[in-house]
Write a protein that binds this ligand. Structure first.
Ligand code: AMP
Length: 286
C-alpha cells in the first residue's frame, strides 16, 4: 500500500524512521501527470533501494511569467494509482505554503550551467528547480535520487549542486523513455492537438537523422545541428528555440561532435518541447 504524506513534518518523521531501521531511501521528484518516463525512474529506485519516495509538487518557482503553471496537468488520484502499481512506498505532496512559507527568501543558484540553453530561454527556471530540489533533499533525506535524461541540463545542474553543497546522495540519470513513434514522453504532450503532435515528431526524427549521420562518420557539430534544424523546420508549425551541440557535462558548445549531446527546444502552438540525444551511445530507448 502506498502512503500519502502531505506535510513536511510527517515526511521528516517517516524518513528518520526508515533511516533508523537501516533502510536505504530512493527518491524521485516529479511535478505529477505521470507517464512511463516517470515510472521508469521509480522502477530504478525500487531496484536500488528499500523505500521509494516520490514527490508530486508543481513548483511555482520554476515557471516564468506567462508559462503554463495554471494549466499544468494535475491528476493526483491517477498518479497515486500508477505509483502504487510500481511499488512506491510514499507519495509526498507538500503544500505550497510549506515549501514557500511567508517570508521565504533563500534560493539556490547553480551559476554558469543555469545560464545557457534552457536558462537563456527560461530565466529563473533553474533557480526554481534547484531551490525546490534542495528543499526536497533536506526533507526526504534520500540515499539515492533518480532523474531523467529527458531534462539533461537539469540533471547536470543537480549533479553540480549535489557536489557543491555536499549532499550525501547518489544520483542516477535514467534514459529517455519515448512513445512508440519516437516522441519523448512528457506531461506537456497532453497539450498537443493531433496535428501538433504529428509536427512535434520532427524533433525526434531530426535527432535520429543526426545520430545516423554521426554513426556513419559525420563529426562536424554544425552540420549535425543544421540537419536537426532542417528536419524540424520541414514542419510548418514548428518554431526552434535552439538546437545546440554541447559537451554533456559542461554544456559548452563544441565544434567536433564526438561524445557530445545534441539538445533541442522547440515550440508548436503554445507548447514548448525539449529533447536530446547523446551521440555515440546506443540504448534500447532510441
Ligand atoms: P517532471 O515531472 O517533468 O518534473 O519530471 C520529473 C522527472 O521525470 C525528471 O527527472 C524528468 O527528467 C523525468 N522524466 C520526464 N520525462 C521523462 C522521459 N520521457 N524519460 C525519462 N525521464 C523522464
Amino acid at each position: 500500500m502506498i502512503t500519502r504524506i502531505g506535510t513536511v513534518a510527517e515526511m521528516r518523521i517517516v524518513s528518520e524512521s526508515y533511516r533508523n531501521q537501516g533502510k536505504r531511501i530512493g527518491f524521485v521528484p516529479t511535478m505529477g501527470a505521470l507517464h512511463e518516463g516517470h515510472l521508469s525512474l521509480v522502477r530504478i529506485a525500487r531496484e536500488r533501494t528499500d523505500a521509494v519516495v516520490v514527490s508530486v509538487f508543481v513548483n511555482p518557482l520554476q515557471f516564468g511569467k506567462g508559462e503554463d503553471f495554471d494549466r499544468y496537468p494535475r491528476n493526483l488520484e491517477r498518479d497515486a494509482a500508477l505509483l502504487e502499481r510500481c511499488g512506491t512506498d510514499i507519495l509526498f505532496c507538500p503544500r505550497e505554503e510549506d515549501m514557500y512559507a511567508v517570508g521565504h527568501c533563500t534560493y539556490i543558484d547553480v551559476e554558469r550551467l543555469s545560464s545557457v540553453l534552457e536558462g537563456e530561454h527560461r530565466p529563473g527556471h533553474f533557480r526554481g528547480v534547484t531551490t525546490v530540489v534542495a528543499q526536497l533533499f533536506n526533507i526526504v533525506r534520500p540515499h539515492v535520487a533518480v532523474f531523467g535524461q529527458k531534462d539533461a541540463q537539469q540533471a547536470v545542474i543537480i549533479r553540480q549542486m549535489i557536489r557543491d553543497l555536499h549532499y550525501d546522495i547518489e544520483m542516477i540519470v535514467a534514459p529517455i523513455v519515448r512513445e512508440a513513434d519516437g516522441l519523448a514522453m512528457s506531461s506537456r504532450n497532453a497539450y498537443l492537438a493531433p496535428s501538433e503532435r504529428t509536427a512535434a515528431l520532427s524533433i525526434s526524427r531530426g535527432l535520429r537523422k543526426a545520430e545516423e549521420m554521426y554513426r556513419t562518420g559525420e563529426k562536424d557539430a554544425q552540420v549535425l545541428a543544421r540537419t536537426v534544424e532542417r528536419e524540424i523546420l520541414s514542419e510548418r508549425d514548428m518554431r526552434i528555440d535552439y538546437v545546440a551541440v554541447v559537451n554533456p557535462e559542461t554544456l559548452v558548445e563544441v565544434t567536433i561532435a564526438s561524445g557530445a549531446m545534441i539538445a533541442v527546444a522547440a515550440r508548436v502552438g503554445n507548447t514548448r518541447l525539449i529533447d536530446n540525444t547523446l551521440l555515440g551511445q546506443e540504448s534500447a530507448e532510441k
